[in-house]
Write a protein that binds this ligand. Structure first.
Ligand SMILES: Cc1ncc(C[n+]2csc(CCOP(=O)(O)OP(=O)(O)O)c2C)c(N)n1
Ligand SMILES: [Mg+2]
Length: 429
């Protein structure tokens, strides 16, 4: 057993030994040996009574590449991305930030019904998205808009979804931020927490059978990891040896529930070994650390057909959603620390500035230009008509079935009868 004083480091290498030699293989049956022959465990007998300490796996370190000032800590870990790539990271992270600000404000003004910001978690989105192949399949929770943005989802479609207008790929049927894009291999978000986790395990199993050099990545929050579905997804993907990256954004809160009320172990990474999964904890505010970890997990998940667990430590700077006021359960000082002193965007900016890749002027011009682009998309989405209400009833079944048809007719009768209460001129005919 590992000693209390020496915390186990579940690095890729250590966990690889753990996984390949101890877990997969069942011991050969040999009744002549005075060794445990139980099929469910590989172990030795001991003659003293001792409960395993829950902190056998504790103090899992946080892998980082850059310090808070954007200095590379160990040159061997520098991903050495080109200036163009790094500028793209920065522009995507800040564009997401600008889009969040405008959509958040538009909800406050009553123009859209709901919104969720991604403030403070931009590094987890862009770092992981950049390490994937565009063909890899993404299952998100709801706070990963940057992943979709990195893949090329246009501002117009983000806005169309939040406005539920006629350009929305989901035909206006979902709440804001429930994006999805078949073309970009991004599965539509569902509100019930953790449903994406077993779905991703199933998809990864299918991907493995196709043998097409592809992985599935599944994002979820540390709160969603408490759902039973998380267990099902972890265990299926480990036992079925699926090429899947479980990417946990541990942002400190599940609405108002802080992590110390969410779990008693050492976060989410500590669970990986229990499932026989290779696991790592990374600094989610360090876009390069996230990039390196995801890239290596991707490479190995495909090569070895096994799932990986990445726990990206970060902080949710915004309220949970527009339905939440986080000042009721956390201090302004705490939020300010992450906003002002340990932000993924400022860290990357320090890195770029040190190389002479980004000046104050560049910043000013980019902020102005990106705000203008977001505002244009926003104004366009707001002017656009809403989808024909009849679309509520399509796409459930390939052909309209009588019971659904009855509901459709009943809606039209209702709309006719009470037409003064419905702004039908705002909807496509
Ligand atoms: C099954 C289910 N239970 C409860 C909720 C309500 N709910 C929505 S988000 C959320 C918190 C999730 O926290 P976390 O997974 O940490 O993600 P974060 O919001 O921090 O990104 C809860 C409880 C839900 N959507 N689905
Ligand atoms: Mg959370």
């Amino acid at each position: 057993m590992l000693s209390k004083n020496k915390p186990s480091i579940v690095s890729f290498r250590a966990a690889a030994v753990f996984s390949l030699h101890a877990l997969h293989r069942q011991q050969p049956f040999d009744s002549t040996l005075e060794k445990p022959q139980f099929p469910g465990a590989s172990a030795e007998f001991v003659d003293h009574l001792e409960f395993i300490q829950p902190n056998v796996i504790s103090g899992i370190p946080v892998y980082r590449v850059m310090d808070r000032q954007g200095n590379i800590m160990n040159p061997s870990q520098d991903p050495q991305l080109s200036k163009e790539t790094v500028l793209n990271f920065y522009q995507k992270m800040t564009l997401l930030n600008t889009m969040d600000r405008i959509l958040y404000e538009s909800q406050r003004q009553g123009r859209i019904s709901f919104y969720m910001t991604n403030y403070g978690e931009e590094g987890t989105h862009i770092g992981s998205a950049a390490a994937l192949d565009p063909n890899d399949l993404v299952f998100g929770q709801y706070r990963e808009a940057g992943v979709l943005m990195y893949r090329g989802f246009p501002l117009d479609l983000f806005m169309a979804q939040c406005y539920a207008n006629a350009d929305d790929l989901g035909k206006g049927r979902q709440m804001p931020v429930h994006y999805g894009s078949k073309d970009l291999n991004f599965v539509t978000i569902s509100s019930p927490l953790a449903t994406q986790i077993p779905q991703a395990a199933g998809a990864a199993y299918a991907v493995k059978r196709e043998n097409l050099n592809r992985v599935v990545i599944c994002y979820f929050g540390e709160g969603a990891a408490s759902e039973g579905d998380a267990h099902a997804g972890f265990n299926f993907s480990a036992t079925l040896e699926c090429p899947l990256i479980f990417f946990c954004r541990n942002n400190g809160y599940a609405i108002s529930t802080p992590t110390n009320e969410q779990y008693r172990g050492d976060g989410i990474a500590a669970r990986g070994p229990g499932y026989g999964m290779l696991s790592i904890r990374v600094d989610g505010n360090d876009v390069f650390a996230v990039y390196n970890a995801t890239k290596e997990a991707r490479r190995r998940a495909v090569a070895e057909n096994q799932p990986f667990l990445i726990e990206a430590m970060t902080y949710r700077i915004g309220h949970h959603s527009t339905s939440d006021d986080s000042s009721a359960y956390r201090s302004v000082d705490e939020v300010n620390y992450w906003d002002k002193q340990d932000h993924p965007i400022s860290r990357l900016r320090h890195y770029m500035a040190a190389r002479g890749w980004w000046s104050e002027d560049d910043e000013r011009i980019w902020r102005k230009q990106s705000r203008k682009t977001v505002m244009e998309a926003f104004e366009k989405a707001e002017k656009r008509l809403k989808p024909n209400p009849e679309l509520l009833f399509t796409d459930v079944y390939e052909e309209m079935i009588p019971s659904v048809n009855k509901q459709k007719e009943s809606l039209w009768r209702h709309l006719q009868q009470y037409k003064e209460h419905y702004p039908l001129d705002l909807y496509e005919k």
